[in-house]
Design a protein around this ligand. Sequence first.
Ligand SMILES: NC(=O)c1ccc[n+]([C@@H]2O[C@H](COP(=O)([O-])OP(=O)(O)OC[C@H]3O[C@@H](n4cnc5c(N)ncnc54)[C@H](O)[C@@H]3O)[C@@H](O)[C@H]2O)c1
Length: 259
Amino acid sequence: MSGRVQGRVALVTGGGRGQGAAEAALLAREGASVLIGDVLLEDGKAHAEALRAEGLDVRFQALDVTDPEHWETAVRTCREWKGRLDVLVNNAGIINRTTVASTALDAWKRVLDVNLTGAFLGTQAAVPLMREGGGGSIVNISSNSGFSGHYDPAYTASKWGLRGLTRSAAMEFARHNIRVNAICPGLVVTGLNKDSPHLKPMIEMTPMRRSGAPEEIAELVLFLASDASGFITGEDIVIDGGFTAGAAYRRVAEETGIF
Ligand SMILES: NC(=O)c1ccc[n+]([C@@H]2O[C@H](COP(=O)([O-])OP(=O)(O)OC[C@H]3O[C@@H](n4cnc5c(N)ncnc54)[C@H](O)[C@@H]3O)[C@@H](O)[C@H]2O)c1
């Protein structure tokens, strides 16, 4: 059976759990060889093993996206394993639960390092091997907080920054047939936020009145990774059940009886 990314090689950061795990699984089920990179060694290894048990071509690599040497190793692994790299999903991310007034400098820097600098380093590391193979697709997982002001300023800045990095990289690498796009999810319940008090109000605010599923985000990653999106680059696509489209006005319209 031929899948939508048959024969491609994909590297998914933060692929050990949550959305990254769903993205790695879908890419592999659609025919890609997938290298899962994560700092969560046990989760990452277990996920790769479970996918291999399905007959899929998946490996795990310890990868801290903030470390350029780890990136060098991960890309070398792709080269030695399959001789190519076609898809990079910069999915790894962390969040603080603090505000401008309460965020310590170290915590600010850590979020920027993982969420933004990690994707920058990954792009730098991946592009040469992608170019050798004739092109590729880079998918950066931003957030709908990349369009507004989440209470965590570091998270917000990193996700706005990822949209900017996406556009810069898309312009620079279009001539090498490398597309670069961002996905901006709304609420998806994962290890990142499962204990957060904001889940219930967020779901109530979301026009579709539910959170997204990791598998729904993975479908968009697959689309951007595949030739189906061959003329799309430099875009950021929101996938948030209508939240960014106008959740505040939806609530106003409901509360005033317009809807
Ligand atoms: N969950 C949401 O509501 C939501 C909404 C919008 C965007 N996002 C973004 O989606 C992405 C995936 O998040 P998730 O919801 O699956 O959360 P998650 O916490 O389940 O997964 C994040 C993954 O990133 C990994 N990671 C963290 N630091 C790393 C590092 N230095 N190097 C390598 N891997 C690292 C974690 O180990 C984990 O496997 C993140 O970028 C997040 O900001 C999440």
